[in-house]
Ligand binder design. Sequence first.
Ligand code: AP5
Ligand code: ZN
Length: 217
Amino acid sequence: MRIVLVGPPGAGKGTQAAYLAKNLAIPHISTGDLFRANISQGTPLGQKAQEYMRAGQLVPDEVTIGMAKDRMQQADAEGGFLLDGFPRNLAQAEALDEILKTDGLRLDAVLDLEVPEDEVVKRIAGRRICRNDSSHVFHAIYNQPKAEGVCDTCGGELYQREDDSEDTVRKRLEVYHSETEPIIDYYKAQGLVVTISALGKVAEVTQRAMAALERAE
Ligand code: AP5
Ligand code: ZN
């Protein structure tokens, strides 16, 4: 299956992607995680991405599309992928269509996570991620690690993401509304969008998502 996950910052895309990818046996591809891994390894790509991420802006398409394409091509050998955070504007959505078309492939569904803005602000304010791997995600209140400040998955140190400050979150929400939301209409025109509420417990949202994806097949 080839699925795109869409929703505002803090909606729970990364959290849900981890469970959905496991249930569906497809790799989870998060462009945010790929950028953060490049930043922590000090690669030229990471250095380019860092200034945009700090400011809550999108990393330029020429950097992002190439990186996502390379990762997707590896993933296709594993039977598909779950994209989290890509595409994030119309140019990226069109580029994705082209990449898939060249290989004779298509998307199966676009899962849209709906969450009110006051809830995403609370989720982001309490988010803690792992130094070793930014896909290990916790919350100071809603999704607490067993030991405070320590990752359950790998024992790494938990910290607050640099772009989770109040000002940067406001900017990221603005960018989501202006740049990313239009892709939902783009995919609606292709009949691919399934929208679910992302409120409630993590496991409840996963169940809702799995049921919606089964209906979309
Ligand atoms: P990215 O890393 O993709 O960030 P984002 O889209 O802003 O999404 P988040 O990671 O903030 O939230 P999420 O929806 O994954 O929520 P999570 O599961 O962590 O991108 C960061 C930056 O990279 C961008 O600003 C941009 O600069 C750049 N970038 C990335 N992709 C790009 C692209 N394609 N093009 C250009 N630039 C790009 O959950 C949030 C919190 O809530 C956690 O603490 C979690 O424990 C908690 N939580 C989750 N579910 C629940 C629940 N059901 N109930 C209560 N708490 C919950
Ligand atoms: Zn970890």
